[in-house]
Design a protein around this ligand. Structure first.
Ligand code: HPA
Ligand code: ZN
Length: 342
């Protein structure tokens, strides 16, 4: 299906909630260069164009190698503020009204950047985004699953002084060979502290990892989860228990999880009744923020206006916002949906 201008206008107007966004994955090459110059860091690229040209990935690991290397320019509180503020400004342009941000503290603490610097910089931007745009946001601390659980436990301990800044914990990085059960203790501890729980599962890993994240880690949402349809009983469970999937279509395309967006199972899962949502993952690396993810998915899979509204509603319901805020957001989404038909 070609682009549909009326549908694009609806997508633009829908109040959006972003639930799967790694803040380090919003580091645009221009900012990478300016921060490198600020800190005297030598980048292995001659230009912004050379950085973009390097973003040709064949799987998750080929992306992660560049993503972690890029983080080296993030060193002080102002850097984290600038990074997150640039994201909020870009997301506001796409009419994002609430965002739940993942961050990877282990990527920074290993370089000598403290948990306090990271969280303080991000919080400065979250406060500013609320003041400037009325946008609300939350922080979800992600554990790197390629590292031992002991490191994740130490990271949770280091985050204890900042507990009130955190809404939840997540699990990211290389999925294959790093099953959710490896992190059973740290998730149990985080949940006992009152933190919400999510985990990447079923991106490159098998459907069994999704089941394990639900049963062993007690997560409330699955990040990606697109391989769920390899297990029909699991899909049944996701529908029945209304377990949201935070799908990132352009990420799946760039990391070769799907060959072509037209072959993505997003529409199939949506029509089956799974609470799927659309998100941008690492937009600086994958070529599109949330609006572009909505447009590309709608075009490739011929999503109807009603389906797009359902996707926006799914995201509002899947958020960790208080119930009253969710109800208010659903009303706003429906108002915008009706306005398009007039
Ligand atoms: N998957 C796993 N880890 C990640 C991702 C992802 O898509 N993005 C950043 N870290
Ligand atoms: Zn992700």
């Amino acid at each position: 299906m070609p682009n549909d201008p009326a549908r694009d206008r609806l997508i633009q107007r829908l109040p959006k909630v972003e639930l799967h966004l790694h803040i380090e994955g919003t580091l645009e090459p221009e900012m990478m260069f300016s921060l490198a110059a600020k800190h005297g860091v030598k980048l292995p690229y001659a230009s912004v164009e050379a950085v973009r040209a390097a973003y040709a990935f064949h799987d998750l690991q080929s992306f992660l190698d560049l993503y972690y290397a890029g983080c080296d320019v993030l060193r002080d509180r102002r850097d984290f503020y600038a990074l997150a503020m640039a994201y909020f400004t870009r997301a506001h342009a796409d009419n994002v009204v609430h965002a739940e941000l993942f961050f990877d503290p282990q990527t920074h603490t290993v370089r000598g950047v403290s948990m306090e610097v990271v969280i303080a910089g991000l919080r400065d931007a979250m406060d500013d985004a609320h003041r400037r745009y009325g946008m609300t946001s939350d922080l979800i601390l992600c554990f790197l699953r390629h590292l031992p659980e002991e490191d994740a436990l130490a990271t949770l301990d280091a985050a204890l002084p900042f507990l009130s800044d955190l809404t939840g914990v997540g699990l990211d990085s290389g999925e294959r060979g790093n099953p959710p059960a490896k992190f059973a203790r740290v998730f149990a501890k985080a949940r006992a502290l009152g933190l919400r729980a999510v985990a990447h599962a079923g991106e490159e890993g098998p459907a069994a990892y999704i089941t394990e994240a639900l049963d062993v880690l007690g997560v409330e949402r699955i990040d990606h989860g697109v391989r769920c349809d390899e297990d029909p009983a699991l899909v049944e469970r996701l529908v029945r228990d209304r377990i949201p999937l935070t799908v990132c279509p352009l990420s799946n395309l760039k990391l070769c999880v799907v060959k072509d967006l037209s072959q993505h199972n997003f529409a199939k899962l949506l029509r089956r009744g799974v609470a799927v949502t659309i998100n941008s993952d690492d937009p600086a690396y994958f070529g599109g923020y949330i609006g572009e993810n909505y447009r590309a998915t709608a075009t490739a899979l011929d999503l109807t206006d009603a389906e797009l509204v359902t996707v926006a509603e799914n995201a509002a319901r899947a958020s960790f916002l208080p119930a009253r805020a969710i109800t208010g957001l659903l009303t706003k989404i429906r108002t915008e949906a009706r306005r398009d038909q007039d």
